[in-house]
Write a protein that binds this ligand. Structure first.
Ligand SMILES: [Zn+2]
Length: 390
């Protein structure tokens, strides 16, 4: 897959941009913001936006989710007709208890000390959105579209902030998410549908020593369900997993219930439905010889999306890319992001790669030079827009 050249020279202007993004990132990464506890970073981002004179509002997601803070939404008006969403999420995976958040600057690279998370997922995206708002507010009113900056909460625990967000109420035309753990130039524009799967296996209780033959052993039946389950990679790019098992009780009782929790993902609704049917049939077939019963429940977590290459977000990105030595490559992701929820609610949105590395781990790092390239490219994307479209 084509990659952009990470060693391309950086001129003096870019050096200032790199330094600014590095500093923004370090400041943001030093603020703790595990999911549902994003108040400190919300205050920081809000103060910065209000300092620039933007109207900022926080939606009611905090109450809906039981968190500290809601989604933060700020608007920078422009003279062009388009309204463009720029999104990043404010929360991170949970920090390691007892270890300070102390991002290390190593040249242009910002990394961890190996003992604590960094949280560039997605503080890197937050830094880029702030940079873009700042850059466009300095541009002539007539030259810029209206920016709708959306900072979401609780992304890491099931896109819950985005679930609570009123996307239609943003009145936007399309959007860019900055949460891609792929190289600069790669744009995640297709991702999976995902459903939670709960399999309840029911047997019959009996005394395990006096009359075990009267029982139907739910753990034994669940073992057969696991054996028959389509674990891991499946044809057509689908994937399924069982991640949790609970059940049974005292050791002298034939157990009567086991619950298996898992998930299934696929790039099309049809393929996901097919996989879920397979899971249902396999579970029923697995327990039948043992006389157990099985109940399979599924719950939609989010829809997939596939933004075509001729859609407006791609046209805008491609118009400005060559000047930055960037080749735009559409990629697809087996993971979900807030991009799923924007598309699901009718807003064509793509997830722009920002060059995150080793996310969700204590080895995470990111090159501020990559952030600067994305910021410079997107600044020109937003200012050039449709004028360069053919
Ligand atoms: Zn993320």
């Amino acid at each position: 897959m084509p990659r952009t050249d990470p060693s391309s020279p950086v001129d003096a202007t870019d050096a200032a941009l790199v330094a600014r993004l590095r500093e923004r990132l370090v400041t943001l990464c030093a603020l703790p913001s595990p999911s549902l506890r994003e108040r400190a970073v919300v205050q920081h981002v809000r103060a910065e936006l209000e300092g620039w004179g933007l109207a900022v509002r926080e939606d009611d997601a905090a109450a809906a989710l039981g968190g500290e803070a809601g989604n933060l939404i700020a608007e920078l008006p422009g003279g062009r007709p388009e309204r463009v969403v720029l999104n990043a999420h404010l929360d991170t995976v949970p920090p390691v208890p007892g270890e300070p958040l102390a991002p290390i600057v190593d040249g242009d690279v910002v990394r961890t000390n190996g003992r604590q998370i960094l949280g560039a997922d997605d503080k890197a995206g937050v830094a880029i959105v702030l940079e873009l708002v700042d850059a466009l507010r300095a541009a002539p009113f007539e030259a810029r579209p209206t920016l709708v900056a959306v900072f979401t909460v609780a992304e890491e625990i099931g896109l819950r902030g985005a679930h609570a967000l009123d996307v239609a109420g943003l009145g936007a035309d399309f959007g860019f998410v900055f949460d891609g753990e792929v190289p600069v130039g790669e744009v995640i524009a297709a991702a999976v549908h995902k459903e939670a799967v709960t399999i309840s296996v029911r047997g019959r209780r009996a005394h395990a020593a006096l009359e075990p033959e009267r029982g139907v052993h739910a753990i034994a039946a669940a073992a057969e369900v696991v054996r028959g389950f389509p674990l891991g990679q499946q044809p057509g790019g689908a994937v399924a997993n069982l991640g949790r098992v609970a059940g049974g009780g005292a050791s002298n009782v034939v157990p009567d219930e086991v619950v298996l929790e898992g998930e299934a993902r696929a790039f099309t609704r049809e393929r996901l439905d097919e996989l879920l049917r397979e899971i249902h049939l396999a579970a029923a077939a697995a327990v039948a010889p043992l006389g157990a019963r099985v109940d399979v429940a599924q719950r939609r977590l989010y829809d997939g999306y596939d933004v075509p290459e001729d859609a407006t977000p791609f046209a805008w990105l491609r118009a400005a890319a060559p000047a930055h030595g960037i080749e735009v490559v559409k990629v697809r992701s087996i993971g979900g992001s807030d991009t799923n929820l924007f598309n699901q609610q009718g807003l064509p949105t793509v997830n722009v790669g920002v060059g995150m590395h080793d996310i969700h781990s204590v080895d995470e790092w990111i090159d501020a030079g990559d952030l600067a390239r994305v910021a410079a490219w997107l600044r020109d994307t937003l200012l050039a827009g449709t004028r360069r479209q053919v």
